[in-house]
Structures are given as structure tokens and as C-alpha cells.
Write a protein that binds this ligand. Structure first.
Ligand SMILES: O=C(O)CCC(=O)C(=O)O
Length: 218
């Protein structure tokens, strides 16, 4: 992405906001360090197995609650049975600031309390098919942070896994929030542009994506 071309924040669909360059390089580096530690345990990062035998190409580690298709648990019963790492307060704060940046709604930001994050790592071959995030019992927004290689993020509709959809380029440091009428849109990552990330983030290759969510569980 040419740094000279401004990329203004824009509402891609009602309630779905793309805020480019939201994270500073230092924040990206700190997130990479934190994610690297979470990737080693207590529950190591893994390719998620799907009930029908498939294996996701993306590797995922969760904090706060563990996601496996299609539910959240405190322990990672499909990995090593251990309880996942706590969801840290600083991440709640980051989620609140992200919501404020996207929606400009101070009260909504104050009340936003994510309790899980799915941390996805994509190598150049990894993809994520069209899906909805609907295993949460809450309709609070999803906050998505991207670091490393640029990807194509496909924002679809709530009804079908097909068109109409809008393709958005998510670059390292970008924030994407989807809530309100877009909370349950189908979305996907059909392409990662290998080698486009800046190693100064601490990520020598690949793409890291963090989605914070509110599970609605206690
Ligand atoms: O990698 C991304 O940008 C999206 C991740 C995602 O859709 C998910 O974790 O459900």
C-alpha cells in the first residue's frame, strides 16, 4: 500500500467500519509479542479441526474463552484440555478504544467488554471461507485488528454466503469493526498477499488477526 495515498475511515456496510492505520507500529509490535507468548501456551496455537474432518488452514489460539466449532469453553478440550489464558484488562481497554474510533459513541465504548479473542495466524497459503461469527450469545460488535501481510477481507451480507459482498484490503495496523446491522454478516479472507508486511512489526512473515468478541457467557 502506497503510504502517500490517504485511506480515510469508511463505513463499508451499516455498522461495519474500516479504520486504516489505527495501530501504531509500537502497538503492533507489542501485540505481536503478546500473541507470540499466547501461541506457546497454556494452549498452543493449532489448526482447528472441523466436525466433518476438515482442518482449517489458518492457525488459531484463543484467550479468555476457547473457541472450537461451534462453541466456547474455558478449557481447550480439542487441544490439550488446559484452561486458556486470561483475557487481559489492557485488551478490554484496547477494544473500547477501537469501538470509540469506529463509532464515536462514548457510552457504547465504555460499556464494551470483550471477554474472548481469536488470534489467527495466516501464512501465504492460508484462507478463511465465508462464515458468520454466531457462536456468541451476545450481539455486541466484533473488533478486528490486522498485523503483517495485507489481505483481502470480504464483507458479505447476513442472508447468504454469496454476493453481494465488498472486498476491503486490510493492511497492517488497520482496524475493522462490525456491529449493529452488520454484526452477523458473512465474511471471509480469500487472499493474503505474501511478503507485504513490514518485519518491523516483529512478524517476519504472514498475517496476524485478532478478533475480540463478547461471548455473553459467564
Ligand atoms: O482474519 C480476519 O481478518 C478475519 C477473521 C475472522 O473472520 C474470524 O476469526 O472469524
Amino acid at each position: 500500500m502506497d503510504a502517500l495515498i490517504p485511506r480515510p475511515a469508511r463505513e463499508v456496510a451499516p455498522g461495519a467500519w474500516h479504520v486504516p492505520d489505527w495501530l501504531t507500529l509500537d502497538q503492533q509490535r507489542e501485540l505481536v509479542t503478546a500473541c507470540r507468548a499466547w501461541a506457546t501456551g497454556p494452549v498452543p496455537i493449532r489448526h482447528t479441526r472441523l466436525p466433518r474432518g476438515g482442518v482449517m488452514s489458518v492457525r488459531t489460539v484463543c484467550i479468555g474463552w476457547h473457541w472450537q466449532p461451534y462453541r466456547y469453553t474455558r478449557t481447550a478440550d480439542d487441544v490439550n484440555g488446559r484452561r486458556v489464558a486470561e483475557f487481559p484488562d489492557w485488551m478490554v481497554e484496547l477494544g473500547r478504544r477501537a469501538l470509540l474510533a469506529a463509532y464515536g459513541d462514548e457510552q457504547a465504548a465504555r460499556e464494551y467488554t470483550p471477554d474472548t479473542a481469536l488470534i489467527n495466524f495466516y501464512d501465504g497459503q492460508a484462507r478463511l471461507g465465508m462464515h458468520q461469527d454466531k457462536d456468541e450469545r451476545s450481539s455486541a460488535p466484533v473488533v478486528s485488528l490486522s498485523i503483517g501481510d495485507t489481505c483481502v477481507f470480504r464483507v458479505g451480507n447476513t442472508e447468504t454466503r454469496t454476493r453481494p459482498y465488498t472486498d476491503v484490503e486490510l493492511v497492517s495496523g488497520d482496524l475493522f469493526v462490525f456491529g449493529g446491522p452488520s454484526r452477523f454478516v458473512h465474511h471471509a479472507v480469500p487472499k493474503v498477499h505474501e511478503g507485504t508486511g513490514d518485519p518491523a512489526t516483529g512478524l517476519a512473515s504472514g498475517r496476524l488477526n485478532i478478533t475480540m468478541r463478547v461471548t455473553g457467557l459467564s
